[in-house]
Design a protein around this ligand. Structure first.
Ligand SMILES: NC(=O)c1ccc[n+]([C@@H]2O[C@H](COP(=O)([O-])OP(=O)(O)OC[C@H]3O[C@@H](n4cnc5c(N)ncnc54)[C@H](O)[C@@H]3O)[C@@H](O)[C@H]2O)c1
Ligand SMILES: [Zn+2]
Length: 680
């Protein structure tokens, strides 16, 4: 590398500072970041390394010396008597080891081995809660570290923040510090609703939490799924706290504050690294986003000896996880055709490492979403991949748009079969009208038909389905049952053994149930739960097919839209010919005995299902209850008969106990179902 002149370095420093200031403003003040954290961190590191080489260039207003940004004017300001600082970062094991070395250099070798408290680094926003004589007096954001925003009205709406501390022994003045965050499921649901309404979705849970907390109207914050996790204390007066950080956290827990359950105490930095590996493996399964681990020297005495630098304590460090958001280039947009003809734009990206994998495709949802993003081909975009949610393009870095960026054109014919496309009134989705002639729809319909929860044909993978359709062996799902051994062994990578196995699996799949059969047909918006309800209501295929719209509407979960899709399917000669061919091929199921509503054991009862159920999904629990005659409601009221509550059940559970309504857990629920001869 050519030597960089001092002048160039100085220019780079100025550019980095101005860029970081700009990003800080977008992130902290506007809650609308323009680049992902990974990009920010790279620039910050570069700035820090230049400043390390030229200590005389460091100024107090450099972004490397500052915390956050100025509070918003709309809020009253709160002065933090004990500053709310940031954290130093370590990006790998070596940097973590350096941290321990720096601590021991200051404390002396006798201090080894150091004991650390390990805590997940929740990705939300830092808050301060001031309790006076056990009562919540004030909630504030971190702001620039010395001055924050008063958000008392909003924090009071968060269920996991106690308005009054429990138990006893807390100091007269206790400032609790922690993170307010939005669990991933709540975030996904919030964004799904925003997309339906045509509103702009939030980029990530951190942003959604920050935006929700900084609402002037507490009713808005109250609607958002926010939670609080405490990880420390600020101002303490009129009382003593224990001498170890881990013990302080335990006290906070006893006083009714939430603390993180993954927290652990370990000795030595190697154990810290082991904790990191362990949590990294669990990261995708956690119900909330974490962007790293925070290690804190556990002894408060040693913390005091180590002290602070300008923006962070010396006794703590954040070991960062690989980023879940990255920047890359949008190379092209392709259009995929799904089972019901829906055409989904898929972004082809310059491959980028994000969320632990290399991503080269991401969903763009639909035309409205592309318009909201304002994306163009050639743009630099932010890609997010978190948990098991498919990668998404969440924003565009407009300031990096190249001159030759091209508009994204939606096709005016199906990209697969060339049929006309249509966008129905008040639908965001564009559809291919080719139906059964469209190879893309044929393939998707066959994959759905064969899937585990439908006809459950073992060994019929996606590649195989593609080949079968491309070679013209099958056009529709009924064609599967006409396949011969000779046809199958003619396919690529299909030996005699696998051909035999597949034919057996197809034969076995013919013994099915009516709900599976209805679901497998892939009628628009008829999912598993609706299929089950239809089967239980009508009892036979013939009665279902003959049912007029009014009769369909009597079935639980069936509204005008679904009834219309059903009637369209039953009135279509093509669809009914396929269904008949399936029955002629020998698809059959045990008869269903239809009970009149009044005969069902739960007739007249209203149930509520809440929290996370392990053995059955919430939708399945709902259909099982309905199959016994119960109505299933979304909220608890005095009319509720019983609540089924899994872990994580929140306000509904509280409401039920307030109203004295029976609550059972999943185990009891399954036992009850079994008593009525029903099992998932
Ligand atoms: N994308 C952008 O444009 C942009 C702009 C500014 C900042 N950022 C991001 O924010 C970071 C800087 O923000 P920061 O100063 O808040 O630092 P930070 O997020 O790296 O670390 C400090 C914060 O960690 C949080 N935290 C979570 N769990 C904690 C725990 N158990 N104990 C203590 N603290 C815990 C607290 O909110 C604390 O304020 C950057 O590294 C970057 O990732 C991004
Ligand atoms: Zn088509």
């Amino acid at each position: 590398m050519a030597a960089v002149s001092t002048q160039d370095l100085r220019a780079e420093l100025d550019r980095l500072r101005s860029e970081l200031r700009d990003w800080n403003h977008r992130y902290y003040v506007l809650d609308d970041p323009s680049v992902p954290d990974a990009e920010y961190d790279r620039s910050m590191r570069r700035l820090q390394s230049i400043e390390a080489e030229h200590p005389d260039w460091v100024t107090p207003d450099s972004p490397s010396q500052r915390v956050g940004d100025k509070p918003l004017d709309q809020f009253s300001q709160v002065a933090h008597e004990v500053p709310m600082l940031s954290l130093d970062n370590a990006f790998d094991a070596a940097e973590l080891a350096d941290f321990e070395r720096r601590c021991l250099d200051r404390l002396g070798a006798d201090a080894a081995p150091l004991t650390y408290n390990c805590e997940p680094k929740l990705d939300g926003i830092a808050v301060s809660l001031l309790y006076r004589d056990g009562l919540l007096e004030r909630g504030a954001t971190r702001g620039d570290g010395t001055t924050g925003e008063d958000i008392t009205h909003n924090v009071r709406t968060i269920g996991s923040i106690p308005l009054r501390l429990r138990g006893e022994g807390y100091p007269a003045v206790l400032e609790v510090r922690g993170e307010i965050y939005m669990p991933r499921a709540g975030f996904e649901a919030l964004n799904a609703r925003a997309r339906e309404r045509g509103d702009k979705p939030f980029v990530n849970p951190r942003n959604a939490a920050a935006g929700s907390l900084r609402q002037l109207d507490a009713r808005l914050a109250a609607e958002r799924p926010l939670e609080m996790c405490s990880y420390g204390v600020g101002l303490v007066e009129g009382g003593e706290l224990p001498e170890h950080h881990s013990a302080i956290l335990a006290c906070l827990g006893q006083w009714g504050l939430r603390t993180n359950t993954e927290t652990d105490v370990v000795q030595g930095i190697e154990a810290c690294e082991a904790y990191y590996e362990q949590l990294a493996a669990k990261r995708d399964q956690l119900p909330y986003d974490i962007d790293g681990i925070v290690y804190k020297v556990d002894s408060i005495e040693l913390q005091a000896q180590l002290g602070f630098v300008s923006r962070a304590p010396r006794w703590a460090i954040a070991r960062k996880f690989p980023a879940q958001e990255e920047v890359t280039r949008l190379l092209d947009v392709e259009f995929q055709v799904g089972r019901t003809g829906a055409i989904t734009p898929v972004a082809r990206l310059e491959p980028v490492f994000v969320g632990g994998v290399t991503v080269s495709n991401a969903t763009l949802h639909n035309q409205d979403e592309i318009e909201r993003l304002g994306a163009m081909i050639g743009d630099t975009v932010v890609v997010r991949r978190a948990g098991d949610v498919i990668p998404q393009v969440v924003s565009v870095v407009t300031e990096r748009r190249p001159d030759d960026a091209a508009a994204i054109r939606f096709p005016d014919a199906c990209p697969v079969c060339g049929s006309a496309v249509e966008r129905e009134a008040d639908e965001a989705v564009l559809r291919c009208l080719g139906g059964l002639v469209c190879a893309a729809q044929q393939k998707a319909a066959i994959r759905h038909f064969a899937s585990r929860r439908a006809m459950d044909v073992d060994g019929l993978g996606d590649k195989l389905v593609d080949q079968m359709v491309d070679e013209g062996l099958v056009e529709n799902v009924a064609g599967l049952y006409q396949l011969t051994f000779d046809q199958l062994v003619g396919l690529e990578r299909m030996g005699q053994k696998s051909a035999d196995k597949l034919l057996k699996a197809l034969e076995q799949s013919k013994q099915t149930t009516l709900p599976r059969f209805i679901f497998a047909l892939g009628i628009r918006e008829v999912g598993e739960a609706t299929a089950l309800n239809l089967a239980n209501h009508f009892g036979s295929w013939a009665d279902l097919v003959a049912a007029p719209e009014e009769a369909l509407l009597e079935v639980d979960d069936v509204g005008p839209v679904v009834a219309d899709h059903l009637r369209q399917f039953f009135d279509s000669e093509g669809s009914m010919a396929v269904a008949k061919a399936l029955l002629d091929a020998g698809v059959e199921w045990p008869a269903i005995e239809v009970k009149s509503a009044a005969e069902l054991p739960f007739a007249g009862q209203t149930w509520v299902v809440t929290g996370k159920l392990e053995a059955v999904g919430r939708n399945e629990a709902k259909s099982l209850l309905q199959s016994l005659g119960a109505k299933v409601a979304g909220s608890v009221s005095a009319k509720t008969h019983c609540v089924v509550a899994g872990p994580g059940a929140g306000s509904k559970l509280a409401k039920a106990s307030e109203l004295g309504i029976d609550v059972i857990d999943e185990e009891a629920f399954l036992a009850l179902l079994a008593n009525h001869g029903v099992s998932p």
